[in-house]
Every structure is written in C-alpha cells, then in structure tokens.
Design a binder for this molecule. Structure first.
Ligand SMILES: NC(=O)c1ccc[n+]([C@@H]2O[C@H](COP(=O)([O-])OP(=O)(O)OC[C@H]3O[C@@H](n4cnc5c(N)ncnc54)[C@H](OP(=O)(O)O)[C@@H]3O)[C@@H](O)[C@H]2O)c1
Length: 320
C-alpha cells in the first residue's frame, strides 16, 4: 500500500476510535450506567446530609429541592421573597413524610459577603455535602435586547445575580464541603455560555459559571480534595422564567432536575467536570466544531421564535 493510503487508514482508525469512545460516553452517561442515582456518595452513614439550593422557591431550583428530598437529603432553600419561600416550604413538606427543610431569605443581587456568612452560620451543625448554585437569570426587560439598550443596573444586577453571589457562597462553603467530603457543587450555566446575541451580559455570566466551576473542579483534584464540581448546561427548560417560545420537547423544571441528579455521579465517574443531562441539549456541543458562519446563522434562526414570543408577551403587557 502507498504511504498515503496507510496514513489514511491510520487516520480513519483513530477517527473511528474517537467517535466510538464519544458515542459510548454519551450513551452510558444518559443511561446513567455508572450511576448512584440516590446520591449515596454524598450521604453520611450516621446522620442526615444536607443540600443548599439557591433560587429554590420556583423553577429548576425548586425541582432540585423536590428531587433531593426524595433522595433523603435535608434541603436549605435560598430565595429573596419570604412568602414565596414559605409557599415552597409548604409544598416541599408534601413530598415526603421525612422532609427536613430550612429557608434562607437573601437577595442574591444585593447580599454582601458578610450577610451570606451570617446566614450560613445558622447551619454550622448540619452535615452539608451538596451546594447547588442555581440562582440566575437575565435581569433585564425585555429579556432579549441589544446590548446598547441595557441600563447600567441591568448589567450590574445580572452579573451580581449569576456570578458574584455563587462565587462568594462557594468561597464561604468550601471549608464545610471539604470537611464533609465527598461533596458536590453543581453550578448552573446555560447553553448561552457560547455567546448569544441580544443576550450579551447573560451569556457572559454563564461563561463565568462554566469556567469558575471547571477551575474549582481542577483545583480540588490538584489538591486532593474530594469535592466534585460539575457545571450544568441547560437549553430550554420550562420554568417560572422560561414560559414561551421554548424548543419542542423541552423538559419541565422537575424533570430536568431529576435528569441532572440521576446522572451526576455517572458524570463524576466518567471524569467529567461538565454535563448536559438532557440528551437533546447535549447535541448543541456539536457547535464547537462547526464554522462560525454556520453558528451565526443557526443562532439567529433559533432566536426567531423567541423574539416573536417576546414581542407577543410585550404586547400583552402593554394591553394590561
Ligand atoms: N429555564 C431555562 O430554560 C434555563 C436555561 C438555561 C439556564 N438556566 C439557568 O438555570 C437556573 C434556574 O433558572 P430557572 O429558569 O429555573 O429560573 P426561575 O424560574 O426564574 O427561578 C429562579 C429562582 O431564583 C429566585 N430568585 C430570583 N431573583 C433572585 C434574587 N435576586 N435573589 C434570590 N433569589 C432570586 C426566584 O425567586 P422568585 O420567584 O421569588 O423571584 C426563583 O426561586 C438559572 O441559573 C438560569 O440561568 C435556565
């Protein structure tokens, strides 16, 4: 065989090997084959283990709290409105006779590091092993708009809500999570971390969530600390914030939280520090290998439905 033929043979075999490996990883991840769906890895044998979930009075955060209670964890739910937290608590008590729930009222946009520290002091005696940095969203009206139309407050508040709060909370909880390890930090990013037009600040903070989470993961491994830090990339999920113009087959908040918790230990055992628990969202990873002109065109096309839905919503608000 000519050398060029041999070369092509070798390149083909390598490509096939990589494709097979990635296909196997994708399938085994979504079937949670190496899983521990009950999250026993993060439970103490002698006492109740606890999880903190931020932004847990509604949406995906509430879904996480529901699913953690089913798995036997006590949950500390963070939110900024006492009445909504109390409503969530009443609802969560119906999930199991064994529910153990605490609530923390803190505004993630404005809370100072001292206020966060003081709030955590109350739970010093609890065996906290899970932190879910879930609170987030775009603090702008309307949600999609050109960056030049953002106010100074919208930029600052979006950064504070999504990035500053989770970084400060994680910093304050690392000693506890280290002491109680193995522990887990789940950080909610978004498919938009790739950079979505009309959503510049939000895309950027979701990029922060992703690189922060991966850096923590690598730092824990480098220093021999058994804290698993995983960044989660949701696409469309039905939630309090996301109600119109969603992609077909989008899961509910509860379904999404269940998928994430069912798969997270498999992700850890596969050596991942990021995951997309809903398989359809995972397909967007292909965009990393696609030329920019195609990404530009796909991004614009996929936003058309959302911009239309937003225009309808704005009309309704005007009519009220
Ligand atoms: N849903 C999606 O399609 C989607 C897609 C990609 C990424 N994500 C990410 O997933 C996470 C959850 O999103 P979601 O759609 O479930 O959000 P959501 O439905 O808007 O729920 C957000 C939760 O955070 C609370 N919250 C809002 N502002 C707060 C503040 N200043 N301080 C403290 N708590 C506050 C809300 O409480 P109130 O109800 O009292 O305001 C609510 O409990 C976010 O990080 C988001 O960026 C979601």
């Amino acid at each position: 065989m000519y050398p060029i033929g041999k070369l092509l043979n070798v390149a083909g075999s390598i490509a096939l090997g990589i494709l097979s490996y990635n296909t196997w990883r994708f399938i085994s991840f979504h079937l949670a084959l190496y899983g521990d769906r009950k999250l026993d890895r993060y439970k103490s044998k002698n006492q109740r283990s606890w999880a903190i979930v931020t932004g847990a009075s509604a949406g995906i955060g509430l879904g996480y709290a529901e699913e953690l209670i089913i798995r036997g964890f006590g949950v500390i739910i963070f939110g900024h409105k006492l009445d909504e937290l109390q409503q969530a608590e009443i609802h969560l008590r119906t999930i199991s006779d064994d529910s153990d729930i605490r609530i923390v009222k803190l505004d993630a946009i404005t809370a100072s590091p001292t206020e966060i520290k003081d709030a955590l002091n109350e739970f010093k005696q609890l065996h906290i092993t899970i932190l879910i940095n879930n609170v987030g969203g775009a603090v702008s009206w309307p949600f999609y708009k050109p960056f030049r139309e953002h106010t100074a407050d919208e930029v600052d508040n979006t950064i504070n809500l999504n990035a500053r709060f989770m970084a400060q909370l994680t910093r304050l909880l690392l000693p506890t999570l280290t002491q109680h390890s193995p522990s887990l930090i789940l950080n909610m990013s978004s498919g938009s971390h790739m950079g979505i037009p009309w959503l510049c600040t939000y895309s950027a903070v979701k990029g922060f969530n992703a690189s922060f989470s991966r850096a923590i993961s690598r730092e824990m491994k480098a220093t021999g600390v058994a804290i698993d830090s995983i960044v989660v990339y949701p696409g469309d999920v039905h939630s309090q914030a996301n109600t119109s113009g969603l992609a077909p087959f989008s899961p509910s908040s509860r379904e999404y939280a269940k998928m994430a918790l069912d798969r997270v230990v498999t992700a850890v055992r596969q050596g991942r520090n990021e995951m997309s628990p809903f398989w359809m969202h995972g397909l967007s990873g292909v965009l990393d290998f696609v030329p920019e002109f195609l990404v530009q065109s796909l991004t614009q096309t996929s936003l058309e439905g959302k911009l239309e839905a937003q225009a309808e919503q704005m009309m309704k608000v005007k009519e009220l």
